[in-house]
Design a protein around this ligand. Structure first.
Ligand SMILES: C[S@@+](CC[C@H](N)C(=O)[O-])C[C@H]1O[C@@H](n2cnc3c(N)ncnc32)[C@H](O)[C@@H]1O
Length: 337
């Protein structure tokens, strides 16, 4: 292990977000659970301490699992660690589950390590790959067409200046853009200077690139469907999201699966209520309370939703039915200029 990297990790421990309300919403915790976003293991430890017989901890970041090695052994066969995607959780579990938790996005450890390239606060390589394999953010920034870049920024970051930023990136990349600070500077020059209290102008662009690199929306949709297949009747699914694009997908999934989707047009014929595959445990998303906000400002945009699996057969739906953000077909193709 690299001592500097370990010091960095030690300085910014990951504080689990919304863990107290999550454990309250799924109590009593019993049986076999799967934590699809193991991270620093905060949820896994919380579930084990609350009474889970066994937790399967899944993470696509090999470093997250490596860092758990010193303490994971203390739980013996109550904790199984698996390197992989939560979209394959039914395969990873191999048996039906009593509960699944997903705490979406990146961990503090990933953000705070400059060499992972998630942050524009410190200079680092433009990487952003949670799994540390596949196409990096630098690959996308330096090879995607201007149109594809603009689409990524617009659809995954809701960036209104997407075209202007994409144009500036393509103009500037004659000398390849390989560091986070250089990209942040290019983006910042395209946007008005932020007023005090406003976020850094590159926030939306970095979110968008991270989502593209890690295919976060297809992972989310496939993960929700995998959880539906993996849970026993009565099993619980708890999902914590960090931005409105993610929360909308989870909200829609739960509403559709619970047969509660509101009719967009009140004059339209009432839709047939298909057999509910989930019952809603939380009718409204739960956010952090004042105490949690005081302890952890990163919790401010977090939202928790929980639902309980029924005995109805699992259904296969596609991301479009959940309005999951996606790139227009043409811009999914990679290419130069
Ligand atoms: C917000 S952190 C989870 C923190 C964790 N709940 C804790 O308390 O320590 C998200 C973690 O999920 C992992 N992750 C994100 N998407 C994933 C996916 N599709 N499959 C598996 N792991 C994923 C990331 O690598 C990261 O370690």
């Amino acid at each position: 292990m690299d001592p500097i990297r370990d010091q960095n990790i030690g300085r910014s421990p990951h504080i689990p977000v919304l863990l107290r309300p999550l454990l309250a919403a799924v109590a009593p915790v019993r049986g076999l659970w799967l934590d699809g976003t193991f991270g620093a293991g905060g949820y896994t430890k919380g579930l084990l301490e609350a009474g889970a017989d066994c937790v399967i901890g899944v993470d696509r970041d090999p470093l997250a699992l490596e860092l758990a090695a010193p303490w994971a052994g203390a739980y013996g066969d109550k904790l199984r660690l698996v390197a992989g995607n939560f979209s394959d959780m039914d395969r990873h579990a191999g048996e039906l589950l009593d509960g699944v938790v997903l705490d979406l996005g990146v961990s503090s450890m990933q953000i705070d390590q400059a060499e992972r390239g998630f942050s524009f606060q410190k200079d680092g390589p433009l990487d952003m790959r949670m799994s540390q394999s596949g196409e990096s953010a630098a690959d996308i920034v330096n090879t995607a067409t201007e149109q594809r870049l603009a689409d990524i920024l617009y659809h995954f970051g809701e960036e209104r200046a997407s075209r202007r930023i994409a144009h500036a990136i393509v103009e500037q990349r004659a000398e390849p853009i390989v560091t986070t600070l250089r990209l942040a500077e290019i983006v910042a020059k395209c946007l008005p200077r932020p007023k005090p209290g406003q976020s850094h102008p590159a926030t939306r662009s970095f979110q968008a690139l991270r989502i593209a690199v890690n295919e976060e929306f297809s992972q989310l949709v496939q993960g929700l469907l995998a959880a539906e297949r993996a849970l026993k009747p009565g099993g619980l699914l708890a999902v914590v999201t960090f931005h409105s694009l993610e929360d909308r997908v989870v909200k829609r999934f739960f509403q559709q699966a619970a047969g509660e989707e509101p009719n967009a047009n009140r004059y339209a014929p009432v839709k047939e209520n298909t057999t509910a595959r989930f019952d809603l445990v939380t009718r409204k998303a739960i956010g952090p309370d004042d105490l949690e906000l005081e302890e952890n400002t990163r919790a401010r945009s977090a939202k928790l939703r929980v639902a309980r699996r029924t005995a109805a057969p699992a259904k296969d739906i596609d991301g479009a039915a959940l309005h999951a953000p996606d790139l227009p077909k043409a811009s999914n193709k990679k290419g130069h200029r």
